[in-house]
Design a protein around this ligand. Structure first.
Ligand SMILES: *Cc1c(COP(=O)(O)O)cnc(C)c1O
Length: 495
């Protein structure tokens, strides 16, 4: 299957789309068409384990990859997860489920894709005959950076460099990244917010001068951010798997619709749910949950995307985003795949900070999505109430999705479809905030908070977080936002 740019300028193979990360015209790669999954194929997938289901979904898009190779890679990736199911579906109450995506090596859902991306990228480069080393640049609001570093550490032929906003990630996230092991990794803090990091990295990607200079040094650039289709594809799989789990445990019949509530930042996770729906998965509504940075809520309710607003730092930092880059892929579909319309809107966003949809597009958005946002107080309350009622501790991001899901259910009595809340991080990844929410105790030290949270909830502490305490800090550099490329050059020159 071929992939085209949302801005019209390019058509490449899946392998090339993954190797390259982003299209040369600044657009994102999307499949030429959505591959279909029939009911009989869904039925065949019922008896498969998670890795086989994932390989089946991936191969629909990446048909030039060898299926057995994909399957082996999925098995290897998901064997790193704690427990025997990489994406368990937990029943909370009648018609209410949690899809836990945080059992991977860094305790956030980013692991679902980033444990697999090194294979997809290396194989993609081989299929395209790319000889150069790959330089991966990542802008992160916290979780992507760590998951990408873990995925790519000591991978052959790859160097990875991660930029994060110095004051925009949690203590735990910062510690996870600054203690990263591996000879091919670098981590740099930037004096700015995530959006600035993301556009600075995107600028390097789309600059021909930078690309040529790096090529002379023997490197091609690629991305591990969710703009890379190789990030998106593995995420589509868990929506299928959650559905199949409901069917095989007889909670629904094949063909019944289910709703998903997704805590959203860059719009990558929820976009994967939309792709699953377009492939034929019986999905009803997608609930797009934001935090206090509610630009997407406004967009879905009004059709106006307006980033001229204050940026808030919240206790769900991975959702502190004003420019959701994957929304461009949805815009492309809304505009009937007209790249000119996408280009004009992206230019308007860059220049004026705002664009709006046509009326029929607003209708289509509302048919597909329902949006809500969860403020800081509501986040604390949701974690507290939910723990009181179900003894189920959840993280601050998941709480936003739970809050939005509850509001949707309360306001839509006629919609009887089961609700699956997508749980994107372990509560232990944000231990102070979760501890405070559940008990009212404000504990300053992260490891103390982990210990107390463990006592309060009896939930097992993930090994990857408790280990952090004894790891030496390797990366302490903080730079200004216009110095990123300098650091990139230093990193590739370093032997
Ligand atoms: C990245 C992240 C999100 C947001 O996901 P997007 O794909 O960027 O919308 C939500 N929760 C957690 C814990 C994350 O790490």
């Amino acid at each position: 299957m071929n992939f085209i740019s949302t801005r019209g300028g390019e058509c490449v193979s899946g392998a090339q789309a993954i190797a390259q990360g982003i299209a040369k015209d600044g657009g994102l790669f999307v499949p030429e068409k959505f591959p279909a999954v029939s009911v009989s194929e869904l039925e065949e997938m019922l008896s498969m384990n998670y890795a086989e289901r994932a390989a089946t979904v991936l191969h629909k898009y990446l048909d030039e990859y060898d299926f057995d190779g994909l399957k082996a890679a999925c098995e290897k990736a998901y064997a790193q997860f704690e427990g025997d199911d990489a994406a368990p579906l937990v029943k909370i109450d009648a018609g209410l489920y949690m899809l836990e995506l945080f059992h991977g090596p860094t305790c956030a859902f980013k692991d679902m894709a980033l444990t697999l991306l090194p294979y997809l990228l290396r194989t993609g480069c081989n299929l395209c005959g790319i000889q150069e080393q790959v330089l991966i640049l990542v802008a992160t609001s916290g979780d992507t950076g760590k998951a990408a570093l873990e995925g790519f550490k000591d991978a052959d032929g790859v160097k990875i460099m991660v930029f994060y906003p110095n004051d925009g990630v949690s203590k735990m996230q910062k510690l996870q990244m600054s203690t990263q092991e591996g000879a091919n990794v670098s981590v740099v803090a930037v004096r700015s917010n995530f959006d600035v990091c993301q556009s600075a990295v995107k600028q390097i990607f789309t600059s021909e001068t930078c690309q040529e200079e790096l090529k002379r040094k023997g490197y091609i650039l690629s991305s591990a951010n969710s703009i890379n289709f190789g990030r998106l594809a593995p995420q589509i799989a868990y929506y299928f798997s959650a559905y199949l789990d409901l069917v095989s445990s007889k909670q629904i019949e094949m063909g019944d619709k289910v709703n998903f509530s997704v805590p959203t930042g860059n719009f990558g996770n929820i976009l994967a749910a939309y792709y699953a729906k377009r492939m034929g998965l019986p999905v009803g509504k997608l609930i797009c949950a934001s935090n206090k940075n509610n630009i997407l809520t406004d967009f879905i309710r009004t059709g106006i995307y307006d980033k001229r607003r204050e940026f808030y730092k919240t206790m769900s930092p991975s959702m502190d985003i004003l420019i959701s880059s994957n929304l461009e892929r949805l815009l492309f579909e809304l505009a009937d795949r007209n790249p000119v319309r996408v280009r004009i809107r992206m230019e308007k966003l860059a220049q004026e900070g705002v664009y709006n949809l046509y009326d029929e597009e607003i209708e289509a958005v509302k048919e597909l999505l329902w949006a809500d946002f969860c403020g800081e107080d509501e986040t604390v309350e949701t974690i507290y109430e939910f723990f009181e009622e179900y003894q189920y501790p959840m993280d601050t991001h998941t709480a936003c999705a739970m809050y939005a899901a509850s509001n949707y259910i309360a306001q839509h009595e006629n919609d009887a479809a089961p609700m699956i809340v997508v749980s994107t991080a372990s509560p232990y990844k944000f231990p102070q905030d979760v501890m405070y929410s559940i008990t009212g105790n404000d504990i300053k030290d992260s490891f103390k908070a982990i210990k107390h949270l463990n006592i309060a909830t009896a939930m097992k502490v993930p090994a990857c977080l408790s280990k952090l305490r004894d790891k030496p800090v390797r990366f302490t550099l903080v730079v200004d936002k216009d110095k990123l490329y300098n650091e990139v050059l230093k990193f590739v020159d370093q032997k």
